[in-house]
Design a protein. Structure first.
Length: 246
């Protein structure tokens, strides 16, 4: 189990992500990290240890303000807790956060290795970032690449994906791990659960199995497991954070 969060909008994404990760830390706390879309590319800062360690590292790095990013708090399933095994996992173009287990990762890793891809972590997740990047190179279409990549995965995933070429956009995908979408005004969110974003919005939609969401600050498009565009109406959360923490 672990927690993911994603944000696009007018606020400082780093603050929103850290706020969300704090609320998700109960889901996993052996390491944490963020990827922020900045001029010149995606910057990733991650660290073994609790969220406090990531905060320290971010204070030192003092990244420029970004309005788009993804974050992760990890509970390791594949690969020990370490800086390199922490999420996000990245290629030069694509960064992802993942909650779940990719059961066929060894097979996928072997295939990608034969194609010349090299891996730096011991995680199951790193095959997903590389698979997406590889298919994106071949297809030239990011959404199609994500769709093709998840079709090859066996196991469970909630994914948040950012790409250097689409710095104001996040793609999310879900199967057998929880993922919600949060609707804002000129901003949008994803998270593993509601408390992570309740400070910012009460309008949420629950992603169903096989769903994908593609969103920017100004809008979202949802797709079902068949790749068909679907509407999702926001549901209003009526309980308070203090109720959830009780
Ligand atoms: N399987 C991934 C890892 O070990 C994600 C962990 C999780 O979802 O708890 O890094």
């Amino acid at each position: 189990m672990c927690g993911i969060v994603g944000y696009v909008g007018k606020r400082n994404a780093q603050d929103v992500l850290l706020d969300g990760l704090e609320k998700l830390e109960y889901r996993g706390y052996d390491s944490a990290g963020v990827a922020l879309a900045l001029e010149g590319g995606i910057r990733v800062v991650k660290s073994k240890g609790r969220l406090a360690e990531l905060r320290k590292r971010l204070a030192v790095e003092a990244l420029a303000r970004s309005g788009c990013g993804i974050g992760h708090t990890r509970w390791a399933t594949h690969g020990e807790p370490s800086d390199v095994n922490s999420h996000p996992h990245s290629t030069p173009r694509v960064s992802i956060v993942h909650n779940g287990i990719i059961e066929n990762y060894l097979e996928l890793r072997e295939r990608l290795t034969k194609e010349g891809v090299s891996f730096c972590s011991d995680t199951d997740t790193e095959v997903v970032s590389n698979l997406i990047a590889r298919l994106y190179e071949e297809q030239g279409d990011l959404l199609e690449a994500v769709r093709m990549a998840v079709a090859r995965l066996e196991g469970s995933y909630a994914l948040g994906i950012v790409c250097r070429d689409e710095p104001g956009q996040i793609i999310a995908a879900k199967k057998d791990s929880p993922l919600i979408f949060g609707f804002g005004e000129g901003e949008n969110f994803i998270a593993s659960d509601v408390p992570a974003i309740l400070k910012y919005t009460r309008q949420v939609a629950y992603l169903d199995e096989g769903d994908m969401a593609v969103f920017t600050a100004s809008g979202v498009t949802f797709y079902n497991a068949l790749g068909e565009q679907v509407e999702k109406k926001p549901e209003k959360i009526t309980w308070e954070l203090s109720d959830a923490e009780r």
